[in-house]
Design a protein around this ligand. Structure first.
Ligand code: MSP
Length: 656
């Protein structure tokens, strides 16, 4: 009997910063796959979660003045955190694991001990290179130009007593697994793994650390914490109940059908992970699929480069479904893709607004206009004219399935959109508006044309559900397709929809985007988000070098009244003040604050000036003294306010 279960995982995310569209890419792909498998009648386990241990998190928490647990809690469960993001993106995970969950921590301790007991983990001294941001150990030979091969950053020398996993022992079996099975896809990643990591010689892997504490403690050797990747990789099994009583789904779902992972972590999933499973004599996952990255301007998005794209902004602007669709329609899953707002808008306008949106709105509008919303049973086929659309739509499921089974989302969507385009062409070929001119003669034919359009739309709608669940729900409402017409079986062949189908013209599912306006708004939103991420208020650190009292007393501070104030010609910075300083003679001071005040708003104010500074010339004018002001930075922008004092203080009063 066919196994109708499907277990799919995403990587568990580091909650060290807010997630961006690149993270959403893999999770949305896994969600589309999980929904597709549910559609095809599988019992699905879709797992995602967060990878919460490690030195990075410990350091960041310390910098933020909170505990590591508080730090990860904020990013996982806090506002706009990981859980919120998956809710926003409509990610239908069945289980969410946090590596700080008690059951997982205890399971990792048992797993570590099992490999220690079977001799695959042993104690030694670690000498090598460590990339702190990636939390990865490297041997000299793996470095690229002396730098971390993953991120290109500097690595550090590291030496400490540590536990090692006998990775070298499994090199032959891993190479065989990679080269002679479909374990790792796409195929191109196999060569990369074999040539870069296995052929140069797999060395044993350091699997414990003593230089920080935020990790799973090795319970039989205090001071050691388990290497974060061991802790992380086993999430795929502990979340099913491996070495714990929290869950009991191991038998049912292990081995996993597929792990979706980004290309930079393929190494961990296709070498270290199967080797550890071999050590414990456990079944291997059926597949690791290493997808490409979403790039921005040709480079990887990263928080430190400040070039991350915020899914919240895009989802709010274009709708979650349009965003989900774009991610999987535009980029081949196995390769890198260049993200741009232009491309996003173009995809929405071409595929969703023009092709699909028009098909739905034209068809439902015509059923309304010509038949009052429901088609008559008296319909006239025209096999010659109808065949191309009927054949294409009725065989769509098979072509779509073939692509989905290979994780080729882009191609699966391409197959659907060929039918959508064919249906639009069918409208033009049959010109319903011309048929409608003589309803008596052409009514039955017109009804059939519209029926065929509704049925083609329904078939496409069902197959689009994994990608755009909410919009397809609305679509089914508009074309009157009830629950039994949304199923996988219902699109096996043509003709599921009742001939006397009734439509309800509803909202426009995919409105056209005004590209110029949207691009400008996105730019403004990105700017605002960047500013919002900056500290609210920043002030200069206080000086620690003491100043002696006599020196301080040499500064002569006086209250001064503004008699006149004007902009200095040809300068956009300087204001020229004419001040009453209590001496009877006017005092002129120039101050570079024109961007903060309009001259007229300062006239009559009582300010503070230091009056015994040597005179200075600016723009040909003499300035005698300086006005005191307070400066700070607000969301990255410098702010300045003049010191204004009680107007009851007379001009010339000495401040001390
Ligand atoms: N914690 C590890 C995974 C452990 S799995 C046992 C990790 N976390 S991560 O948060 O840094 O990355 C999670 C996933 O997001 C990775 O698969 C990574 O490739 C993916 N992406 C991060 N930025 C990305 C893009 N710009 N584009 C596509 N995927 C990207 O690694």
């Amino acid at each position: 009997m066919e196994n109708k279960r499907f277990y799919i995982t995403t990587p568990i995310y580091y909650p060290s910063a807010k997630l961006h569209i690149g993270h959403a890419y893999c999770t949305v792909a896994a969600d589309a796959m999980a929904r597709y498998k549910r559609l095809t009648g599988h019992e699905v386990m879709f797992l995602t979660g967060t990878d919460e241990h490690g030195q990075n998190i410990e350091t960041k928490a310390r910098e933020a003045g909170i505990t590591p647990q508080q730090f990860v809690d904020n990013i996982v469960t806090g506002p706009k955190g990981v859980l919120d993001l998956w809710k926003l993106m409509n990610v239908s995970y069945d289980r969410f694991i946090r590596t700080t969950d008690d059951y997982h921590v205890r399971a990792i301790q048992r797993i570590f001990k099992r490999m220690y007991d079977n001799g695959d983990i042993y104690k030694g001294t670690y000498k090598g290179k460590y990339c702190k941001p990636c939390e990865s150990f490297w041997t000299e030979s793996q470095l690229v130009d002396g730098k971390c091969p993953d991120c290109g950053r500097e690595v550090q020398d590291a030496e400490e007593e540590a536990y090692f996993f006998r990775l070298s022992k499994y090199a032959g079996r891993i190479q065989d697994l990679l080269e002679n099975t479909d374990f790792l896809e796409p195929r191109s990643r196999v060569n990369e793994m074999v040539n870069n990591f296995i052929k140069p010689g797999l060395e044993d892997l350091c699997v414990s650390r003593t230089s920080f504490t935020w990790g799973v403690p090795v319970d039989f050797d205090p001071g050691h914490v388990v290497y974060v990747w061991i802790d992380a990789l086993f999430n795929y099994m502990t979340a099913l109940g491996f070495e714990n009583d929290k869950y009991g789904d191991l038998e049912k779902f292990w081995p996993a059908d597929v792990h979706f992972v980004g290309k930079e972590i393929v190494r961990f999933h296709s070498i270290i992970w199967p080797a550890m499973l071999m050590s414990l004599d456990l079944p291997l996952p059926k597949k690791v699929y290493g997808h490409g990255w979403l790039l921005l301007d040709g480079g990887k998005m990263s928080k430190s480069k400040g070039n991350v794209v915020d899914p919240y902004i895009l989802a709010e602007k274009f709708g979650v479904d349009a965003l989900r669709f774009f991610l999987l329609r535009t980029f081949p899953f196995g390769s890198d893709g260049n993200f741009s707002n232009e491309l996003l808008i173009q995809t929405i306008n071409t595929d969703l607004a023009n092709d699909l949106g028009n098909l739905v709105s034209r068809t439902t509008a015509m059923v309304g206009k010509y038949f009052g919303g429901s088609l008559p049973g008296d319909q006239a086929e025209d096999p010659e004219k109808d065949a191309p659309l009927l054949e294409m739509a009725s065989s769509l499921r098979g072509r779509y399935e073939a692509q989905m089974e290979r994780y080729q989302f882009q191609n699966a969507l391409e197959e659907i959109f060929k039918v959508v385009q064919r249906a639009n062409k069918y409208i033009d070929e049959n010109a319903p508006w011309a048929l409608a001119k003589d309803m008596e003669a052409n009514g039955p034919r017109l009804a059939r044309v519209l029926y065929n359009l509704l049925e083609a739309t329904r078939i496409c709608g069902v197959l689009l559900t994994p990608f755009m669940p909410e919009s397809m729900e609305k679509l089914f409402g508009q074309i009157g397709a009830g629950a039994d017409l949304r199923t996988w079986d219902s699109v096996a062949a043509w003709g599921g929809l009742s001939e006397t189908a009734a439509v309800t013209k509803g909202e426009n599912l995919f409105p056209r985007v005004d590209a110029e306006k949207a691009l400008q708004e996105l730019e403004e939103a990105a700017e605002a988000a960047k500013r919002a991420a900056l500290p609210a208020i920043e002030v200069e650190p206080q000086l620690t070098e003491p100043v002696d009292f006599d020196t301080f007393c040499k500064c002569d501070f006086r209250a001064v009244k503004v008699k006149a104030c004007e902009n200095v010609k040809k300068s956009n910075k300087l204001l020229r003040f004419t001040l009453d300083d209590g001496t009877g003679a006017d005092r002129q001071i120039l101050s570079g604050i024109a961007m903060y005040y309009k001259p007229e708003e300062l006239v009559g104010k009582t300010l503070v000036a230091i009056v015994n500074l040597p005179p200075r010339k600016m723009m040909g004018l003499e300035s005698r003294g300086m006005l005191l002001s307070a400066v700070h930075t607000e969301r990255g922008e410098e702010k300045l306010r003049l010191i204004m004092v009680d107007d009851a203080i007379p001009a010339g009063a000495k401040l001390c």
